[in-house]
Design a protein around this ligand. Structure first.
Ligand code: PFF
Length: 463
């Protein structure tokens, strides 16, 4: 079994390590920061249902495809795509899919690191007791002071990028694996503690209703695209992060089981985050559609009023940083692996080169919250209101990841030989393998294409 290739970067110690690492990649700002705010912006329940459907029908099957490609190739996404395309007798242009992944990771990390910087800043603000007793207004002004100053944002962004580079430089086993073994369980415990607080806010029901009661009249083609894009983003799919993690997966481990576990864990954390945040939003008459600042303007109010709030607040933002950290590592790993394989860099050099370039590009996001907040480069249609940060987020999450995922699916089932995917997935030839193959061959690509066409207005499913 297996392709007989070996990774020069080493392997996970086993199944649990892979699941923790991939869950670490999946669970991040996407779950705790982005999911609540895009749910708020898109009206709640119906959006959440669409997102859950996308996870099950599109996300999970594509995750399996991406892991299997990674394990088959056992290299950075670029070299994996080159070799597997050659194995399959497919066009050598498939290598571009690997390149697109590295570029997408670079673009995402450039803004991801800035937002993670907000979380870092909040660790210290919470610890210092700045939120104690504050009203919604007070918390909002702390937030606006932070994002309004480019130097401050730049400092936190720098610190986060350095943290990311340090872990990546240490390698697969002693960097990534060590970190996730401790951080992931800790995150879950804290989420549960906070949920206890939200439960007692008196608005728990209203929050849950907002999350789960679908009102499909609120759903627009754009909201469906956002939900699908987010399914890719939250599961880290479509850019090679999960592929490169798959390349470190030992041969005997079941890809299907691990992928199911990762998807469930990721979804649970997002829903839990929603159940913590929306009751607090309603209890304080805040606007669920507040946008990217949502959790930075809601959670501190809760911490400010709970016993030991400074301590729990600090802990929460530390864990948010950790969640972001384990994702950031996976965003940069494809580039680092490629630099090591093709440019002969040591891991340390590769991490520094990739990290500094990402840091530089991240300045665009830093400035788009202050000195360039009025700079909206695309003056057309729905882009007219978007800052550089908004555009980067839209381009990567709503376009590059779904497109990358679509091509990964097509490659796995239309280009690779059936025998090699049967061998890699090892699910027996009876029921599950044909089901997966059917989904990835027909359902997933058609769904992705329909959502795209609908969002750009070529077709109109409602009208
Ligand atoms: N899945 C991460 C999150 O939800 O925060 C973000 C992410 C990581 C996206 C890695 C894409 C990726 F390749």
């Amino acid at each position: 079994m297996g392709s007989q290739r070996k990774s020069i970067h080493g392997q996970w110690s086993g199944r649990l390590a892979f699941i923790l690492a991939a869950t670490g990649s999946a669970v991040g700002l996407g779950n705790i920061w982005k999911f609540p705010y895009i749910t708020g912006e898109n009206g709640g329940g119906a959006f959440v249902m669409t997102y859950l459907l996308c996870i099950a029908v599109i996300g999970l099957p594509i995750m399996m495809a991406e892991v299997l490609i990674g394990r088959r190739g056992r290299q950075s996404p670029i070299n994996t795509m080159r070799e597997l395309a050659a194995d399959a007798g497919a066009s050598r242009y498939w290598v571009l899919l690997g390149w697109a992944g590295v570029v997408a990771g670079f673009l995402i990390l450039s803004y991801y690191s800035v937002i993670a910087g907000w979380a870092l800043a909040y660790v210290f603000r919470a610890a210092a007791g700045l939120f104690t007793g504050l009203t919604a207004d007070g918390v909002q002004s702390i937030f606006h002071d932070l994002i309004g100053e480019p130097e401050r944002l730049m400092a936190w962004h720098t610190l986060f990028m350095v943290m990311t580079m340090i872990i990546v430089a240490r390698g697969v086993r002693s960097g990534l694996e060590k970190a996730v073994r401790f951080l992931m369980p800790a995150l879950l415990v804290l989420m549960l503690v906070l949920m206890g607080y939200a439960w007692n806010s008196g608005y728990f029901e209203q929050g849950v209703e907002f999350l789960f009661r679908p009102d499909f009249s609120k759903i627009t083609p754009n909201a469906v695209l956002t939900a699908m894009g987010h399914a890719f983003f939250t599961l880290s799919l479509g850019m090679g992060a999960i592929m490169v993690y798959g390349s470190y997966l030992p041969d005997r481990i079941s890809i299907a089981r691990a992928s199911v576990a990762i998807s469930i864990a990721d979804t649970a954390v997002a829903l839990l985050a929603g159940m913590v945040i929306f009751p607090i939003v309603f209890a304080n008459s805040l606007d669920p559609g507040a946008g990217p600042g949502l959790i930075f303007q809601t959670l501190p109010i809760a911490f400010g009023h709970m016993p030991y709030g400074a301590f729990f607040g600090m802990l929460f933002f530390i864990l948010l940083v950790f969640a972001a950290w384990t994702s950031a590592i996976s965003l940069i790993e494809p580039a680092v692996a490629w630099l090591v394989e093709n440019r002969g860099h040591s891991r340390v050099n590769a991490s520094v080169v990739a990290g500094i370039s990402t840091w530089l590009f991240g300045l665009l996001t830093v400035f788009s919250f202050n000195i360039w907040s009025d700079f909206k480069p695309l003056a057309v249609g729905k882009f007219a209101d978007m800052t550089l940060f908004d555009l980067l987020d839209y381009l990567t999450a709503n376009i590059m990841l779904p497109l990358g995922g679509l091509l990964i699916a097509i490659f796995a089932v239309w280009k690779m030989s059936r025998a090699s995917t049967v061998d890699e997935l090892n699910m027996g030839d009876r029921f599950f393998y044909p089901l997966w193959r059917f989904l990835v061959r027909y359902i997933t690509p058609i769904a992705v294409i329909i959502v795209f066409l609908n969002a750009i207005g070529v077709i109109d499913m409602k009208g």
